[in-house]
Design a protein around this ligand. Sequence first.
Ligand SMILES: Cc1ncc(COP(=O)(O)O)c(C=O)c1O
Length: 399
Amino acid sequence: MVPTHSDGIHAVEPTTDSSNGPRELKYLPAEFYASRLSDAAKDLQPSAILSLFPLETTPGLISLLAGKPNGSTFPFTSFQYSVRSPVDPSQEQTIRLDGAQLSESLQYGRSAGQADLLEWAYGLQEYAHGRRRGEGWRISVGNGSQDMINKAVWATVNRGDAVLLETPMYSGVLPMFQALHCEMIDDPYYFLYYGAATRPPSYFSLERDEAEVGRVLRFDSLSKILSSGLRVGFISAPEPFVTVIDSHTATSNLHPSSLTQMVAYTLLSSWGYDTLMLHSAHVSGFYKAKRDVFERAMRKHLDGLAEWTPPEAGMFYWFKLLLHAPGVPETSLEEDSEAVIRTKAVEKGVLALPGTVFLPSGRKTAYVRAAFSLLSDEAINEALKRLREVVLDARGTSE
Ligand SMILES: Cc1ncc(COP(=O)(O)O)c(C=O)c1O
C-alpha cells in the first residue's frame, strides 16, 4: 500500500537504502547540463545589477546599487483581500498586507521569486513529492507555469533540433518546441485529480528511485487551485537550468509580480499544506461533479457516435468522433474532426477544439477536446445534443 495524505496525495517517505537508513540521492553534476543548454542560454550573461542584489543584505553595507523607487512615494497604504475558508465555506478570512509585507509587495524583487513564497514551494515539493533541497535542483517562480515552460524550452532547445513529444499534448507549448533534452513534466492539474484509484505519483517523486536524479523539470501552477489571474507558477529543475531561467527572467520581465506573489504567499502560509490539500480536494470534487454530468450527457447524446475514456483529473473531455456510420464507406471526413468542428459545429452553436491542435505533427484526427469547467448542467446537455446533430449530419443520417 502506498502511504497517502488524507486527500490521496502520496505521503512520500524518505528514500531508504538496503540498511533501511535514509539514502542520500545522487544527482547529476553541473557539467552534465553544459552540453544540454541551448546556444542562446550559453551566451546569456547574468544581469550585472541583479547578480549583486544578494550583497545588499550584508549588515552595515550601504547600497548605491539598484534603481528602486522609494516606496514612500507610492500611494498604496494597504491591500486587503478575503477568502472563503476551505474548512468551513461559510467563514470568510481577511488578510491585510501592510508594513514590511506591503513594502515588499510594491517593490522590485528577485528574479527567482519572493523568498517566502520560494520557501513555501520547497515545502510543497517535499510534502507532495518527497523532494528536498540539496539534490541539485531548485525553484524559480514565474508568471504562471506557461512562463517557466517557455523559458525552459528556450534554455534547452536550438533551432532545428529534433524533439520527442507525447501526443496529445498541451497545445500551448507546441509553438515553442523544436527540441528537448530533458523530461519536462507540466503538471498544472496535479491537484485536480479525482480518479477512483490512488493518485499516481509524479515523475519528480518517481525519479527518487533512479540511480541518480536530475532529469525531470517539473512545472507547477497555482492557476487551477487559487486563481489563474494571479499568474503564479514555478519550475523545480536542475540548478543549471534554473540559473539560465533566472537570467532570462532578469532580462525579460525582471521578476514575477511582487504583489501577486505576496497574495499567494500570505494565503498559502496562513492555510498550511493540509488546508491547501483540503481546498484542492474541494476543487477537484467540483470538477468531478461536472465530469459526471458531462459523462451522463455523453452517454445520452453521443453513444455510438463517439469514443471516449472519462477523465480522472482536470476539466476536459478528449473524445473521438465516429464520423462515418458502421458499414458506410469512408468519407473525406473520416479521421478529421477539424472540418466539422470548425464549421458545422459552430453553425449549430457549439464551440470545441479539434484534436489536431494537440498533435505535434498537426495531422488530421477525429479527436475533439471539450472543456466543461464553466458550463451549467443544462449547457453541457445542450452542447452535446448539438454535437450529436453535427455528427449525424456528417454521417448523412438523421438518427
Ligand atoms: C497543460 C497546461 N499547462 C500549462 C498551462 C498554463 O498554466 P499557467 O496558468 O500556470 O501558466 C495550462 C493552462 O491552461 C495548461 O492547460
